[in-house]
Design a protein around this ligand. Structure first.
Ligand SMILES: Nc1nc2c(ncn2[C@@H]2O[C@H](COP(=O)(O)OP(=O)(O)O)[C@@H](O)[C@H]2O)c(=O)[nH]1
Ligand SMILES: [Mg+2]
Length: 326
């Protein structure tokens, strides 16, 4: 069990920007213990009025595209050139590595992890996507309350985690390689449609020409999509994290997006919609947890499932029977 303090101690520490207290509160959020969860909820409730005043940026792309290297360079740029305070979180439900993808990549984020203006937190290990999503959302609030004005949420770029991240950020950046082909990059149409910006990575050395060609190609492809409710036309650019090029353009694109969506009200609306979605998800999760932790359900689930497997009971009848137990 995590070492525990009073709600007030956590809240005071977080609001004062105490990183140790912030980390401990995040550990509570990630805990599976009911008592830790209860305490976490109290802390979140208390700091909530101090949260929300940030830019939340989601970053995705297939493994190897250069996410970690990009975040190191872009994050350092944001701190040094834009005076930001940056928190980097990760969503990696599959990660079994030493505490998550970001820690495993720590060598690629060396400068950032040592920068006092940055806070890096790996994805919680051993959790389902739903579990990771929930703790990451709550972690965003805690980081914002601790004074971080820019939150980057990295996702591994395989499966459903992009959708989860998209639903918790203001701006969604897709990193892509030049000349690798959409298929190779596992990029489904849906993910391109979610992107507010695409950056072609590794635009350096012999790659520059290819990157420019890819930029034109993706720009054309994006023009085929109808403009969404944000009124924003997604932008494509090239960058090199190793040479620190193209980073200012990506920040400018982000700033343009923020200006447009603040002015037309989309930013606020999206945040409100995300909050509502979050509530419904929490309800669904709560109902599910209640159901599966119910004593009688625990006792009978196995045997009733067996009957369904053997064709002795229909799936619907079995579900109804189990649901009646609660
Ligand atoms: N040439 C070049 N290589 C890069 C760049 N960014 C990342 N890489 C390399 O690409 C590989 C994968 O990078 P990484 O950041 O771990 O990708 P991730 O799996 O998406 O996090 C590493 O060998 C990096 O050194 C870049 O801007 N230029
Ligand atoms: Mg990485």
């Amino acid at each position: 069990m995590a070492k525990r303090f009073s709600t007030e101690t956590y809240v005071k520490g977080i609001l004062a920007g105490d990183r140790v207290m912030l980390s401990r509160a995040i550990t509570l959020v990630e805990s599976k213990l009911f008592s830790d969860q209860e305490l976490a909820q109290q802390v979140i409730n208390e700091v909530l009025p101090h949260a929300g005043k940030s830019v939340r940026i989601g970053i995705t792309g297939v493994p190897g595209v250069g996410k970690s290297t990009f975040i190191e360079a872009f994050g350092t740029y944001l701190i040094k050139e834009q005076g930001k305070k940056l928190a980097v979180l990760a969503i990696d439900p599959t990660s079994q590595r030493s505490g998550g993808s970001i820690l495993g990549d720590k060598t690629r984020m060396e400068a950032l992890s040592m920068n006092p203006q940055a806070y890096i937190r790996p994805s919680p290990a051993g959790k389902s996507l739903g579990g990771v999503t929930r703790s990451t959302r709550e972690t965003i609030i805690l980081c914002e309350a601790a004074g971080f004005d820019t939150i980057i949420v990295e996702t591994v770029g395989v499966g459903q985690s992009e959708t989860a991240v998209h639903a918790m950020v203001d701006f969604f950046l897709l990193l892509m390689l030049a000349g690798a082909g959409d298929e190779l990059q596992g990029i489904k149409r849906g993910i391109m449609e979610m992107a507010d910006a695409i950056a072609i990575t590794k635009a350096d050395e012999q790659n520059v020409q290819k990157a420019r060609a890819a930029k034109a190609e993706y720009q054309n492809a994006l023009h085929l999509y109808p403009i969404g409710p944000s009124g924003w036309v997604p932008k494509v650019s090239t960058c090199s994290a190793l040479q620190n090029t193209g980073l200012d353009a990506i920040w400018q694109t982000t700033a343009d997006y923020l200006e447009l969506t603040h002015n037309n009200g989309f930013f606020e609306k999206k945040r409100r919609d995300q909050n509502l979605q979050w509530m419904y998800e929490a309800i669904r999760q709560g109902l599910e947890d209640n159901f599966y932790s119910h004593q009688q359900v625990k006792q009978q689930l196995q045997s009733i499932a067996e009957q369904v497997k053997n064709g002795q009971k229909s799936a619907f009848a079995a579900a109804a029977e189990l649901l009646r137990l609660v």
